[in-house]
Design a protein around this ligand. Structure first.
Ligand code: PLP
Length: 346
């Protein structure tokens, strides 16, 4: 990896961050806070929340096995994705390289930040080759985007290929692990120590059942986290979110139970899809959804909408012609979907 200073935009590297009232105070125990122009009434909502979410990071550190100083927390993973562009990519000059198809937010954030977004098409098994990805990079490529398990395809990416990119690419490699809690493949978190150019994204939105609270995580080197902290909004994770996340983390066994149930339901649902006349192909998945190639995705999608059942139509996505992406729901929701599809006649 080339030095972090060479990768980060010069204005960000030399940025003097906003210093909040609570940042400046540190040290001795204090009990009277007359520093932040808050209202002394209406506890606890009157006070600004901890800008660095220290208590929450301590807890996450134990659950994830990662030191708190290697954790960034944001308003969903989406904040961490956008920050990667704002920290590393000079608008109008730098580019990023991503697999395709993948999660749509990388391209949206690239477009917002006026950063060229280059794609390398996956193969027919939705796998990628490190060589092809690296061939698309040039001296102005700052970030490579990987997503494993990938959305919308569902499969985990080949770990050896990811490691090859990590050791050969000189810039930042982001691995989005939003669905890792459902996966048989191990997390890349264990690679952080060996690869200072790695950023791993995880989220409370999927297995943790907390999409509404908006809490995303980035795991990376201490130096990258420090730059993220400098650029983020000072109070980017509100008090209610921090409290609710702590609550969720107090019972990780609940999450394990959900995951187990959802994986069982995934097996049942996919088994039943095999017998549907309108389903032509099922793709391997390591997530809480699967991709199914249908004989007419648009028609089936419209039919399901009429029945009040919404799935994701991926028909227009590269390599996903006639594909629907099905999220695993409760047992009764899944049964309702199956019953509707069994009633469907072309
Ligand atoms: C759902 C999803 C996320 C989650 O984003 P949040 O902003 O944390 O809700 C991130 N990455 C991928 C690939 C996803 O599918």
């Amino acid at each position: 990896m080339i030095s972090l200073e060479q990768l980060v935009r010069p204005n960000i590297w030399s940025l003097a961050p906003y210093s909040s009232a609570r940042d400046e105070y540190s040290g001795k125990e204090a009990h009277t806070f007359l520093d932040a122009n808050e209202n002394p009434y209406n506890e606890p909502y009157n006070r600004y929340p901890d800008p660095l979410q220290r208590e929450l990071k301590q807890r996450l550190s134990k659950v994830k096995g990662i030191p708190a100083e290697n954790i960034f927390l944001g308003n969903g993973s989406d904040e961490a994705i956008d920050l990667a562009f704002r920290v590393f990519c000079e608008p109008g000059r730098d580019n990023v390289v991503a697999i395709a198809p993948t999660y749509g937010m990388y391209q949206v954030c690239a477009d917002i930040n006026d950063v060229e977004y280059r794609t390398v098409l996956l193969d027919e098994h939705y796998q990628f080759s490190a060589d092809a990805l690296l061939a698309a990079c040039d001296a102005r490529t700052k970030i490579v985007w990987l997503c494993s398990p990938n959305n919308p395809t569902g499969n985990s990416l080949d770990r050896d290929e990811m490691l090859k990119v990590l050791s050969r690419f000189e810039g930042i490699v982001v691995v989005d692990e939003a669905y890792i809690d459902f996966a048989q493949q191990p997390t890349m978190r264990t690679e952080l120590a060996a690869h200072p150019n790695l950023i791993i994204l995880q989220t409370m939105s999927k297995a943790w059942g907390a999409a509404a609270i908006r809490l995303g995580m980035a795991f990376a080197s201490r130096d990258i986290i420090a730059i993220y902290n400098k650029v983020k909004y000072p109070y980017n994770v509100n008090l209610l979110t921090q409290q609710q996340a702590l609550e969720a983390l107090s019972d990780p066994f609940e999450v394990d139970k959900w995951v187990k149930t959802l994986l069982q339901e995934r097996t049942r649902l996919m088994q039943a899809f095999r017998d549907l006349p309108c389903c032509e192909q099922l793709f391997k998945t390591d997530a809480n959804f699967f991709l199914a190639r249908m004989n007419d995705a648009q028609k089936i999608y419209d039919y399901l909408v009429d029945q009040g059942i919404i799935v994701r139509n991926r028909n227009r996505v590269q390599l996903c012609r006639n594909c629907l992406r099905i999220t695993i729901g409760t047992r009764s929701e899944n049964s309702e979907l199956l019953a509707a599809l069994r009633q469907y006649n072309e």
